[in-house]
Design a protein around this ligand. Structure first.
Ligand SMILES: Nc1ncnc2c1ncn2[C@@H]1O[C@H](COP(=O)(O)OP(=O)(O)OP(=O)(O)O)[C@@H](O)[C@H]1O
Length: 259
């Protein structure tokens, strides 16, 4: 299920503003890749370009290529809705559908996909997804209660359950722990380590300990100044980035000298 992502010469624009320039990288399947860098350098923009989510913003567009396991994501015959099913996303703030039950939150993506699923198949899938998100034991006795009644950490795991229920190949996570306390953060990190057995995971994080803890590969983005596009400065094994980076800018950033 997990897929490899190859990005070449990618520029990303909001109207006339070039937010990200010249990204080249390959993301390995069944691994966690972390994207770090100072505010405004284009990490979230780049992440969203990997499932065409930025296209919901009028005027946003890309030049260059994103290829998922040989398929050009921006090919003229590719449906962006289909792309977002294959490549799921978890956002910074847990965003369960507030009035929907826990069960329906998980089932929502499948129902949107309009595949007819029997009640017992749906029950199985909801259970499997909640187990996959390490939430099942906490919610199994209150599946019909609203998702908004859960704690922040539980809501984020519910959103992860919703994302994995449609069985995506890639999971994009945009600062998934920034609204969580340290215990919930560790629970989500443990979950990511389990999920990478099945999925290709790309995570944007401001938490460098988190990048160091969970990822195999880290990309450092930076920008030369306000109004300049963000660029990928260094892309290397996480261990190298945090012990002996190739670029001085990476070292300055991770040692807290700027950003
Ligand atoms: N919807 C948008 N319309 C216009 N410009 C945008 C939009 N979203 C982001 N930008 C601009 O694109 C650049 C990159 O923003 P982005 O949010 O990708 O950075 P980031 O590295 O994720 O920042 P942060 O760490 O603060 O979340 C910034 O200059 C930002 O102002």
């Amino acid at each position: 299920m997990a897929k490899r992502i190859d990005v070449s010469d990618l520029d990303i624009y909001y109207g006339n503003f070039k937010a990200v320039e010249g990204v080249n990288l390959s993301i390995e399947p069944r691994s966690i890749t972390a994207l770090i860098g100072p505010s405004g350098c284009g990490k979230s923009t780049f992440l969203r370009s990997l499932n065409r989510m930025h296209e919901v913003i009028p005027g946003a567009r890309v030049e260059g290529k994103v290829v998922i396991e040989g398929q050009d994501l921006y090919g003229s015959d590719v449906d962006p809705v289909d792309v977002r099913r294959q490549i799921g996303m978890v956002f910074q703030r847990p965003n369960p559908f507030p009035t929907m039950s826990i069960y329906d939150n998980v089932a929502a993506g499948l129902r949107l996909n309009a595949k007819k699923t029997s009640k017992s198949d749906m029950d199985d899938l909801v259970e499997r997804s909640l187990k996959g998100a390490n939430l099942w034991t906490e919610v199994k006795d209150r599946l019909s209660r609203p998702g908004s009644g859960l704690s922040g950490g539980q809501q984020q795991r519910l959103c992860i359950a919703r994302a994995i229920a449609v069985q995506p190949e890639v999971l994009l996570m945009d600062e998934p722990c920034s609204a969580l306390d340290p215990i919930s953060t560790l629970a989500v990190e443990d979950l990511m380590m389990e999920l990478k057995e099945q999925f290709t995971i790309v995570i944007v994080t401001h938490n460098m300990q988190q990048a160091a803890r969970v990822s195999e590969t880290t990309g450092f983005f930076n920008l030369n100044g306000v109004g300049q596009p963000g660029r990928l400065i260094e892309y290397n094994p996480t261990e190298k980035i945090f012990s002996n980076p190739d670029e001085k800018a990476t070292e300055d950033y991770i040692s807290g000298r700027f950003g």
